[in-house]
Design a protein around this ligand. Sequence first.
Ligand SMILES: [Zn+2]
Length: 326
Amino acid sequence: MNNLVQEVLREYEMLRDKSLKEALMRRQEVYRKIPEISNIDDEIKDIGIEISKSIFLKPQKHKDLLENLRSRLNALKKKKADLLRSNGYPETYMEQKFECNICKDTGYVNNKRCKCFEQKLINLYYRQSSIEDITKIENFSNFDYYLYSDKPYKGKMSPRENMKSIVDVAKDFIDNFDNEKESLFFYGDSGLGKTFLSNCIAKELLDRGKVVLYRTAPDLVEGLRLNKLNSDNDSYYEYTDLLRECDLLIIDDLGTEPITPFSLQEIFSIVNARLLANKKFIISTNLPLSEVMNIYPERLCSRILGNFKLLNFYGEDIRIKRKTIN
Ligand SMILES: [Zn+2]
């Protein structure tokens, strides 16, 4: 894990170097095209020096001078912004552009790890950068209702209507993520878009700076098993910390993991700990609800029933249609 921390810190360093270089290049470009801005920047720099020198003056003099310098500074900044705009540049064109504006790509805010640090750690730990690749394709802009039939299905509303109502719930979940009390539980046959919709939600939340961890149930249990074998190792705690502390934990394909006393205990303990901390899940399964109730212990089922919105996916396998369309 410590190697991973080092790797993340190196990544930040590279990000900062790159954005700084790019900002310097934009600055050169602006100076070439609008030489007046270069003079303004020199003046701004001089005022900065005068401001720091003014601390050594007597209090009243210091205050008067400071006021004067500040108003000159603001006037210069405004002039610079006007010049940029009138030449077709955004006002912020010369500034360094950070991937994360909260920590300015340092990874830390007030000596604490920034959210983006946790996400980078997760991505590295799980080689999860794939979730970012997947969500480039599997996102709401590629969501296609027409893959779902508009005919009523087994006496229920059409799969398309059903899907629309599920997506409404999903969008609500995203918009109210911080205040939302309930997590999401997707159930229904395979090939109905459960993983696809999980990825759509993951993308929206990743874009909003949330820490998202995606695991299939077998990978989750296997990871916990391997880590428990080395539980003297720090990595066990880091691993369970990440599982417990990420903002959204997606457990895909519940029921495909080997069902053992260990797996049942571990899944319960993660679900329980996260619910107590008011952390959100998306859990999906191909099993019918009755089967879920049979396999998993009552204490887990009652937590799912009490804390999750149960959303039933039904209809015909859309993967076949998707293939013929592509
Ligand atoms: Zn950050």
